[in-house]
Ligand binder design. Structure first.
Ligand SMILES: [Zn+2]
Length: 477
């Protein structure tokens, strides 16, 4: 009797062989997809964005994925589809990518035209090659390889492809809230990031920071007043603002607002080990930024840990009073600042809003009025390193790239990941295949043929690996 294990291994090998046998055809199809000018920020290209959505939906149907649907939103369409025949108890995985691309300006700096894909130096050059149409395409081809060889997939798959990522993912939160039935899954795989380096070291992203973004305004006299006539008696709102803001962090950058760190989840031993395993050269990092030295930070955390696993407080802009030529001797009527606080699991921006407002009110002198409002908030997200999907994803990436992945948390935010977590309780494995130096958002975007090939093989393995589990075991709850 053949064991199921041998069956799966043979089926996986057949799907990988299918990818290899159709290599040239796949690259020609990728070029066709990349020629569509799906620039979401350009209203003149709305039809092109829509054409990309249709291209995907047609392709999904052609390879045997069902219920391909183009959903109208207030902005660009969202494409969903599913294949749900993996059998009782089989896991369901939600795949997210985006099909819109960044604008191409400055167009003069493109050596090759952005929407005429070129294959040179073992790379595909085109807008969207890496971010994110190339990665979306890889998912389609991995699924096709399974469908054309085994006639089925080892897991249930749902697809969620967005056309507004490069302009802020505006429709996504509402779509998730209204379409839980189309998105429900045991785990989510997001491919919209990069490998760890350009030498084929894959990476799994498992955490993102959230954000609370603020405007603080300090009001003093009814109007600007003469600093000779009133100075010494009227408290200056700009002086008060800078004093208050300066008091919100200590000399190591730690936020002094009471309660700010209460919900912060400590790094686990595994996470500390994952951080320690990341190659990091502080001198190169300094060169990148042009700063003379890294700031003093919490001494119990390494620089890398502070860059993504710890909260921050930054003044993004500060203004008020006279800023023109020469001198104008006034005490301004008001002064203001924009502030971003990056948050980490399990900080909640609504709780941070309460504690920050209470603290500002408590330190404001009676000479001024302080208005603090939150402009927008976003939740952090984390998929614990002991999540049951991490092991299968690692093995799949190692099978594709020939190297074990590194694990990293990002200092930024990805709205869709946080929304899937908070709305559907869905944990995300960020498995990205773009090249870290591949010029996303810049002229001459590219992706290496090697990452495309190895990434597709990884995805074929990923579905086999996850298909060996039960859905209930994969959820990890
Ligand atoms: Zn992207």
């Amino acid at each position: 009797m053949t064991t199921q294990h041998t069956d799966t291994a043979a089926a996986t090998a057949a799907a990988v062989a299918h990818l290899r046998a159709h290599d040239a055809e796949h690259f020609a199809q990728l070029d066709e997809f990349l020629r569509i000018e799906s620039v979401s920020a350009d209203p003149g290209r709305n039809d092109e964005v829509r054409r990309a959505a249709w291209w995907i939906a047609d392709e999904l149907e052609r390879i045997g994925v069902e219920r391909a649907t183009i959903h109208e939103t207030g902005a660009h369409p969202i494409v969903t589809a599913e294949w749900m025949h993996a059998g009782d108890g089989a896991p369901t995985v939600l795949v997210y990518c985006h099909y819109d691309v960044q604008p191409t300006d400055p167009i003069d700096e493109w050596v090759r035209p952005p929407f005429e894909p070129r294959h040179e130096d073992e790379r595909v050059y085109a807008r969207g090659a890496g971010d994110d149409k190339g990665q979306l395409f890889m998912h389609l081809k991995a699924v096709e390889a399974w469908m054309r060889t085994a006639g089925r997939l080892p897991v249930n798959l749902r697809f969620f492809f967005e056309g507004d990522e490069e302009v802020g993912s505006e429709p996504v939160e509402q779509f998730i809230a209204g379409h839980a039935d189309l998105l429900r899954a045991d785990v989510c795989v997001v491919s919209d990031g990069d490998t760890f380096d350009d030498d084929g070291t894959p990476a799994i992203g498992y955490g993102l920071r959230g954000i609370a973004y603020w405007e603080v305004r300090v009001h003093g006299p009814r109007q600007d007043v003469h600093s000779g006539q009133y100075g010494g008696g009227v408290d200056n709102p700009a002086n008060v603002l800078v004093r208050m803001l300066a008091s919100l962090t200590d000399e190591r950058g730690r936020v002094t607002v009471p309660g700010f760190y209460d919900a912060v989840r400590d790094l686990t031993d595994d996470e500390r080990a994952a951080y320690a395993a990341l190659p990091f050269d502080e001198a190169t990092w300094r060169d990148e930024t042009g700063v003379a030295a890294a700031m003093d930070g919490e001494s119990e955390h390494s620089l890398l840990e502070r860059l993504s696993a710890r909260p921050t407080f930054d003044i993004n802009g500060i203004w008020g009073g006279y800023t023109g030529e020469g001198a104008k001797t006034i005490i301004p009527a008001w002064a203001a600042a924009k502030i971003s606080t990056r948050l980490v699991p399990n900080q909640d921006y609504r709780e941070i809003e309460q504690s920050m407002k209470a603290h500002l009110a408590s330190i404001a002198p009676p000479t001024v009025r302080v208005d603090a409002r939150i402009i927008h908030g976003g939740a952090p997200a984390i998929t614990p390193l002991d999540h049951p999907g991490i092991g299968p994803a690692s093995r799949a990436l190692e099978a594709g790239f020939g190297k074990a992945p590194l694990f990293q948390r990002s200092g930024g935010s990805v709205p869709v990941v946080a929304a899937l977590d908070s709305r559907l309780g869905l944990k995300t494995l960020m498995v990205g295949f773009a090249n870290p130096t591949g010029n996303f958002h810049a002229p001459n975007e590219w992706m290496s043929l090697r990452n495309i090939r190895d990434g597709m093989v990884s995805l074929v393995h990923l579905w086999a690996e996850l298909g060996a589990m039960r859905g209930s075991d994969l959820r990890g709850d």
